[in-house]
Design a protein around this ligand. Sequence first.
Ligand code: ZN
Length: 370
Amino acid sequence: MLFSRLDGARVPIILLASLVSSAANSSIFFATDIPEEQRRLMEADLETLTRVSLDRSDEKLKDLFRIPEISNDALQEWLESRVKYVVAKDFYVWDHLYKSPTEVIYPPIKLGVPLVKYLPPIPNTSTRSIMAMMKNVGGGIYSSGRSVNHAYLVSIPGLEKKVSVVSPRVGIVQVGEGLFAVRPKTSSLPVGSVVFSYYRMGILFHEARHSDGNGESLLFSHSSCPPGHDYEGHFACDFNLNGPYTIGAQFFKNLLTACRDCSKIEKSVLKVLVLDAASRIIRVAPRFTLEDSMKLTSRRKHVFSCYQKEELDQKHGPLKDGLCTEAALESSRSEIREIYKKGLANLLIPAPLVARVLDPAPEMLVAKEK
Ligand SMILES: [Zn+2]
């Protein structure tokens, strides 16, 4: 999933929609309940992808995408093998799921180093606004099917036949509440700028990576951002070198290099997008002493329990509890940050073990022989 912070500014969708020239020559199917304006914008984005100038000498992008050459066709093909259907913001997945009659066998789980364990999540109880741009629901459905050992079929509005979820690459992505509500982090970008289109394309490429992987790399799930990070405590960081944020960063970097027609402002927006994505790639892990590790566990438990209590309070009214005052919570959070900082100073975990290139090959399930 891709999150972005709200900056309060809204994209004037109607004005942007007027720039739409023609429907994209793309195989991606848009569910019929997607509002017309949104569909036209996304089709125009895909159309832009077929003719945008690319930096063809970008070896990093070539390696990352594992494509023989950089071309508009190759990028489109890469995207369309991972994103095949777009469903509306209000698509409630459980209303569209059917158990497949075919019995299936999932490949055995071959878990490697559990990556997330090095980054202790700190639940963030602040009211900071974070919203989803898009969600790869197809990957989630595959993973749910995996956990109960059967395959699902999904009905998509406008499609006669149900889609069979037999691979994480089923490619169903859902429009998030922020996709058309948030503009890139600037207020100075001209309304008709092509950079809005680049921004949404980058989000699509990010989501496409969530259709990849097997075993430990399945879906290239995000890790919790470490203490001190802009997105501290949110699952909005990657602990690998070829995940969705690397894909996004390299994609924006390529467009930035190739965009000769971009104005200074547009270039600076693309730079911000590169930096934002790159800042979510975490390359180092802290090493804790036993004592610190125990303290960390207890402080995290404290913050977590108060976080759950806050949800309960909202449901049932406030429960009086001195343990969850703002001061008590802040004290635990600052201790977590201190321990983390100390752990980072003892960088004993070799970087390649922590942030490494994961296997993007998608796993497949097979029909059981009768
Ligand atoms: Zn994501």
